[in-house]
Design a protein around this ligand. Structure first.
Ligand code: BES
Ligand code: MN
Ligand code: ZN
Length: 496
């Protein structure tokens, strides 16, 4: 799908599909008024008759409308005027995106929804969001199906606006498209089964990105990790026949001396639980336990596409977590790269074991800050549901920055406490710490464990267990939190 931005009057625009938004009650906005007048008051009449549903995102399709120049006019309901806000706008754009990407094949659509006013949001924001949401709706998975997806929907989308600040809006379109491209990579890697998407496959993907966008990629294998003393990371890999990979990507868009942002992604390509084996139901979904890694790779794709002027290091500890003759047993004690020893009381709490060594490795880059992204705990879904990602940080300013980026991008995160008191749960009689706490506050004790390895820098942790994929009939990866991470990096690159 191609995206362009144009200034112009919707009623004069020649296109296959024209999209306008309207409240199901109340006054018409600028684009709707123009179209309404050209159609002899048709839009206002339909709304007065109650044809436009009060539910934001409900669509009214008018075929071959007279007086304007499209084959189909889509009127997207923005809901009642009094209830209107960002959610209603997103619902409308989301429904339009679905309709444009699943409808009959057509050349072009023109969308006017970016001009609808939202408090605190400008046209550039709306253009970036609309582009991203529509482009992302075009993603479909068929990699391991023998029948490939037929191309459907529109091949070209024009964002029509009355706003004249075109350079800024062109950047917004480019950002929206690049973020959707990053999300598509993240979703594809995550959706691929674990017998395809192995640690080596993630490493090859990183190398391909490095070649495509000209950044350096290092792949460390088991021996390299041994030399570095990554006893914790390697303890997770012991039960598997798949060789582990420790992936390091160096994106250098900034000045040589700019401290890098470091992104660390949990890359468990399949989590059986190890000797502390998980129950069988829905275990297939543990192929998604590399969504942190996939979101780092997706974000690096966006970085490469946009050529953002900042330095970013991506670190991915990748391995399977399997039972086996050589596997780590409950009660085993391992020594992490930091020198701290860990009693592994539950081999299913493996995410923190691979992350802690990656977080220690991150120190060598003298980071501006470190953000780790991990499908770390089922408990975060109990705490927050599936709307926001969980966020914990050792620096409140960084936490606030990330929460704001989440809100702005529509890919939200919510902060949880990381108080010292929670650390007591990790006491061990046989090592410096245990890898699990008690029954309660499981997401926080997991973050407390990581906090013991991140004292040298500003650090935030995103627990994406509830947000990175959906279960059930629509099972599949969401591409989150790529929008949040990209918003964060775009913001940081402007500050440079
Ligand atoms: N990958 C899981 C977390 C997870 C569970 C994500 C369910 C999404 C859905 C992680 O490795 C894990 O198993 N965590 C355990 C920790 C426990 C053993 C302390 C959990 O959440 O049950
Ligand atoms: Mn686990
Ligand atoms: Zn896991």
């Amino acid at each position: 799908m191609q995206f362009t931005i144009k200034t112009g009057s919707p009623e004069k625009h020649k296109t296959g599909i024209l999209v306008i938004g309207a409240h199901s009650d109340g006054k018409l906005g600028q684009a709707a008024i123009a179209v309404d007048q050209a159609c002899g008051g048709l839009i206002a009449r339909l709304i007065a008759r109650g044809e436009l549903d009060h539910k934001a995102g409900a669509l009214l399709n008018l075929h071959d409308p007279e007086g304007i120049h499209c084959e189909r006019l889509i009127i997207a309901s923005l809901g009642k005027e009094a209830d209107f806000g960002e959610k209603a706008w997103r619902d409308a754009v989301g429904a339009v995106a679905k309709s444009l990407t699943t409808g009959p094949v057509r050349q072009a659509a023109a969308v006017t929804l970016a001009d609808i006013e939202l408090p605190g949001r400008d046209t550039a924001w709306a253009v970036q969001q609309a582009t991203r949401i529509i482009a992302d709706a075009g993603y479909g998975y068929d990699a391991t199906k023998s029948k490939k997806i037929e191309s459907k929907g529109v091949s070209e989308v024009t964002l029509l606006t009355i706003n004249k600040a075109l350079t800024e809006l062109k950047t917004a379109v480019a950002q929206g498209k690049a973020i959707a491209d990053g999300m598509a990579l993240t979703r594809e890697l995550a959706n691929l089964p674990a017998n395809v998407c192995t640690p080596s496959y993630l490493a090859e993907t990183a190398q391909l990105l490095g070649t495509q966008y000209k950044f350096k990629v290092e792949i460390l294998d088991r021996k390299d990790a041994e030399k570095l003393g990554m006893g914790s990371f390697l303890s997770v890999a012991r039960g598997s026949h798949e060789p582990p990979r420790f992936i390091v990507m160096h994106y250098k868009g900034g000045k040589p001396k700019d401290k890098p942002v470091v992104l660390v992604g949990k890359g468990i390509t399949f989590d059986t639980g190890g000797i502390s084996l998980k129950p069988g139901a829905e275990m297939d979904e543990m192929k998604y336990d590399m969504c942190g890694a996939a979101s780092v790779l997706g974000t690096f794709k966006t970085l490469g596409e946009l050529g953002l002027p900042l330095n970013v290091v991506g670190i991915i500890p990748a391995t399977e977590n399997m039972p086996g003759g050589g596997a780590t047993k409950p009660g085993d004690v391992v020594t992490s790269m930091s020198g701290q020893t860990i009693e592994i009381l539950n081999t299913d709490a493996e995410g923190r074991l691979v992350l802690c060594d990656a977080l220690t490795y991150a120190e060598r880059f003298d980071p501006a800050c470190v953000v780790d992204i991990a499908t770390l705990t089922g408990a975060i879904i109990i705490a927050l549901g599936k709307i926001p990602s969980g966020l914990m940080a050792n620096d409140d300013e960084l936490a606030r920055e990330l929460v704001d980026c989440g809100t702005r991008s529509g890919d939200r995160a919510w902060q949880m406490p990381l108080w010292e008191e929670y650390q007591e749960g990790l006491k061990s009689n046989f090592a410096d710490m245990a890898n699990i706490g008690g029954r309660f506050g499981g997401s926080i004790t997991a973050a407390c464990f990581l906090a013991r390895y991140t004292k040298a820098y500003k650090w935030a942790h995103l627990d994406i267990a509830g947000t990175s994929w959906v279960s059930g009939d629509a099972k599949g990866a969401t591409g989150r939190p790529v929008p949040l991470l990209c918003e964060f990096l775009i913001g940081r690159s402007k500050a440079n």
